[in-house]
Design a protein around this ligand. Sequence first.
Ligand SMILES: Cc1cc2nc3c(=O)[nH]c(=O)nc-3n(C[C@H](O)[C@H](O)[C@H](O)COP(=O)(O)OP(=O)(O)OC[C@H]3O[C@@H](n4cnc5c(N)ncnc54)[C@H](O)[C@@H]3O)c2cc1C
Length: 277
Amino acid sequence: MTAPSEEFRCEFADREDLIAYLKAQFPEAAARDDRVSPIRGGRRAADAAMKRLDPVDYAASRNYLSGTVTRLSPYLRYGVVGMAELRDAILHRAGRKGVATKLLNELGWRDYFQRRYAQIGNGVWQDQGRLGTGYAPDEYGEELPEDIATGTTGLACIDAFSVQLRTIGYLHNHARLWLAAYLVHWRRVRWQTGARWFLGHLLDGDPASNNLNWQWVAGALGHRPYVFTRENLEQYIEGAYCAGCPLYGRCPFEGSHADHAARLFRPEPGLPTGGAR
Ligand SMILES: Cc1cc2nc3c(=O)[nH]c(=O)nc-3n(C[C@H](O)[C@H](O)[C@H](O)COP(=O)(O)OP(=O)(O)OC[C@H]3O[C@@H](n4cnc5c(N)ncnc54)[C@H](O)[C@@H]3O)c2cc1C
C-alpha cells in the first residue's frame, strides 16, 4: 500500500468529504474494494455504544445474533475506548456485584489474547499445538474457495455471513465461529487462510484476537476443534436464514456433533470434539 502523501487532515466538512479524502490517500485499497461500512468511527459513536451497555441482558442473550452485544470491538481495536475505561463503565452500569461477570469474562479473552500476542508475536500465525482433528497442517488447502469469498455457496447462513463480513466489516461472535468452522472443517482449508481473509475486512481485525480465535476453532489452541450443528445454529439465529435456505433439511450441518466429528475428523483414540461457547 502506498504511504499517504501528506500529513493527515483531521477536519472534514462531512462523512462524504472524509470518505473521498481517504480514497484519494489510499488509492490501492480503494481500487481493491471501495465499499464503506455503515459503522461510524470516532469517540461520539463509541460513547453512544457505551451508553447502551447492558451487562444483565448481555449475559442472557450474548449467543444470539440479535443479542445485546456491545459492538465495541472496533473502538477497542483502535484505542478509541480503553480496556480499563470499558471495565469501569461495565461495573458502573451493572451496579451490583456479580452481574457483569459474563461481559467482563469476554473482555478478559481480549486481554489474554493481547498478552499472548505480546509474548509470541508472529507466532500467532503458527499452530500453538497439534491440530485436534487428526489431520496434519499440509492436508488443508491454501486457497480461500471462491464461493465462500463471494458468498455463493448456496448455504443461506454462510453466504449472508460472507456478505456481512465484506460490506459491514463486523460479524457477531457466533457468525465468526460458524464461518470459521465451515471453512476449516467442512472445506478443510488452513485456518491461516481464513484468518487473513477476516483481517482484510473486519473493522476490529487484530492478529491477537483474530488468529488465536481461528486457532481455537481449528483445534490448535486448546484440545477440541469447534464444530456446530444446524440445530445449534438455528437456535441462535432465531429463524433468520434456515427457513429460506434452499438446502434446508439437507445442508452439511445436519446431524449431531458426534456425526460431524466422525465425518470431518480422522479418528484418533480419545479425540474429544464439539467445543461450544
Ligand atoms: C474466528 C474469529 C475471529 C475473531 N476475530 C476478532 C478480531 O479480529 N478482533 C476482535 O476484537 N475480536 C475477534 N473475535 C472475537 C469476537 O468475535 C469479537 O471480539 C466480538 O464478536 C466483537 O463484537 P462485540 O464488541 O459486540 O463483542 P461483545 O460480545 O460485546 O464483547 C465485548 C468485548 O469483549 C471482547 N471479546 C468478546 N468475545 C471475545 C472473544 N471470543 N475473543 C476475544 N475477545 C472477545 C471484545 O473486545 C469485545 O468487543 C474473533 C472471534 C472468532 C471466533
